[in-house]
Design a binder for this molecule. Structure first.
Ligand code: GRF
Length: 192
């Protein structure tokens, strides 16, 4: 089993996956970011599939094909999204059916989208959390594999709340991925 992690940001979730000693064979980013540096430091192969445009002329399907090629060239079996900033086209879900996993900083189906932490804070809910799920063509939807809640404190900011959520993600996401790796290893042992 070979995992690719896709990230665009600081890569602290990626770091947790690296430290969990998961079989990460590739890190893909859509822009220069700290996550790529973390991969370099861990001597994991990287692919910068740079997004040419952030405007309306962005060719999402062509971009997705480039990502699929990078994944296939590295012999990837499982894709772990870890703060990847570009929504990918439907072709990737055909190329890796049920093999793309995402972590999202809310209790899905609540607060989908890029501003999940801010939206939960603004809504005044008493608790939020994180969700690890199988990704589908619909953003932040798909079968839930694990969820964990946490209380929102008075006076909390987006930064403090997101950091507390990420503390959970850094524990929960590696555990879920470890389970999937073990499951796949057991299946291949049975088929020998
Ligand atoms: C995480 O909260 C993840 O759920 C979201 O982006 C964040 C990535 O954090 N999609 P980091 O860049 O790994 O610190």
């Amino acid at each position: 089993m070979q995992i690719a992690v896709m990230a665009s940001g600081t890569g602290t979730i990626l770091q947790a996956l690296i430290e969990a000693e998961l079989p990460i064979a590739l890190v893909i980013a859509d822009r220069e970011c700290a996550a790529l540096m973390r991969a370099h430091e861990a001597q994991i192969g990287t692919s910068l599939v740079e997004r040419g445009s952030f405007a309306g002329d962005f060719d999402r399907d062509a971009y997705t094909e480039q990502v699929i090629s990078a994944l296939q060239a590295a012999g990837i079996d499982l894709v772990a999204m870890a703060g990847f900033g570009t929504i990918l086209g439907p072709a990737i879900f055909d190329a890796f059916p049920d093999r793309i996993i995402n972590t999202h900083p809310s209790l899905l189906p609540h607060f989908k989208g890029w501003h999940a932490v801010e939206d939960a804070l603004r809504a005044g809910v008493a608790e939020t959390g994180c969700t690890v799920h199988i990704a589908t063509t619909l953003v932040d939807e798909g079968p839930i594999l694990a969820q964990e809640a946490l209380p929102i404190y008075d006076g909390e900011t987006v930064a403090t709340l997101h950091e507390r959520i990420k503390e959970i993600e850094r524990r929960l996401y590696p555990a879920v991925l470890r389970g999937l790796v073990n499951e796949s290893n057991q299946k291949s042992e049975r088929s020998i």
